[in-house]
Design a binder for this molecule. Structure first.
Ligand SMILES: C[S@@+](CC[C@H](N)C(=O)[O-])C[C@H]1O[C@@H](n2cnc3c(N)ncnc32)[C@H](O)[C@@H]1O
Length: 253
């Protein structure tokens, strides 16, 4: 199975990106949510890195995720803080809510885990149906430059008695489909040797700015604004920000 975020992958994610770790996204999204007064939905909530700061800021936030391992981590963090647990196991394809949300937030490029443009459009349309009138979506994608960057990467997290490692190797890049496939090998070591390993096939789709904006329009969103690296407004003639890595779309329903 692809993009499964198994037990080791979830442990590594939590060590590397603990609750509240911000890439600029937590502060940016919070500033954009100031006028949102109803509940908020975070699809692909993961370990709660982003969800928990929103809850601590006083918002009611619901979340879902396909990975039971990620949800287990998130539920533990919520319970340790006595925060309301509104998270469930659902997927981009089959999620379902009765309530209407004032905002949907999708940081960390999670939407790129959907490889097919038509499946992505259906997902966005589904999110739009969950929004209250005047609700908004805020969603991040990575720059197209990540499609090109394919250097192998080895990382390690020394936890004292335990050592976690991750070796990432790109196995396919399709410039035609704007997709990448990488092989992620997670390992858990201790003083006795290798404890466990996990192999994950990780697939992403990359989007051009105008392509993604058009998809939001096709899904029925209006008043779409774009921010680069959580700082600079995007405009067609601004070349100073050509090296931006994170593109954030904010659109109203
Ligand atoms: C990059 S993490 C993002 C976690 C969190 N939103 C954050 O900002 O730190 C991506 C998450 O997407 C989840 N995911 C992957 N495929 C999914 C799917 N088809 N439906 C729902 N969640 C999915 C993974 O389990 C993982 O927790």
């Amino acid at each position: 199975m692809k993009n499964k975020y198994g037990a080791l992958a979830s442990w590594v994610y939590h060590v590397d990106k603990p609750i509240g770790r911000s890439f600029g996204d937590v502060e940016f999204y919070l500033s954009r949510l100031k006028d949102s007064h109803g509940p908020i939905l975070e699809p692909a909530v993961g370990n709660g890195r982003f969800l928990i700061p929103l809850l601590e800021a006083g918002y009611t936030v619901h979340g879902f995720d396909a990975s039971s391992h990620m949800l287990k981590v998130c539920k533990k963090e919520l319970s340790e803080r006595n925060l309301t647990d509104n998270i469930s196991r659902q997927t981009f394809k089959d999620f379902c809510y009765n309530e209407k949300f004032s905002a949907v937030v999708l940081p960390a490029g999670s939407i790129q885990l959907i490889q097919s443009p038509s499946a992505c459009l259906e997902f966005i349309q589904g999110l739009k149906r969950c929004l209250a009138p005047c609700g908004k979506i805020i969603v991040d994608i990575d720059s197209l430059s990540c499609l090109y960057d394919s250097s192998a990467e080895a990382r390690r997290w020394d936890l004292g008695k335990d050592l976690l490692t991750l070796t990432e190797t790109r196995i396919q890049t399709s410039y035609l489909h704007q997709t990448t496939i990488s092989q992620l090998r997670y390992e858990h070591w201790n003083l006795d040797g290798l404890v466990s390993s996990e192999l994950e096939i990780f697939m992403l789709r990359f989007w051009g700015i105008y392509e993604f904006k058009n998809m939001l329009r096709e899904a029925g969103f209006k008043e779409i604004s774009i921010t680069l690296d959580y700082k600079h407004p995007f405009s067609e003639d601004n070349n100073d920000v050509a090296s931006a890595q994170i593109i954030t779309f904010e659109a109203s329903s």
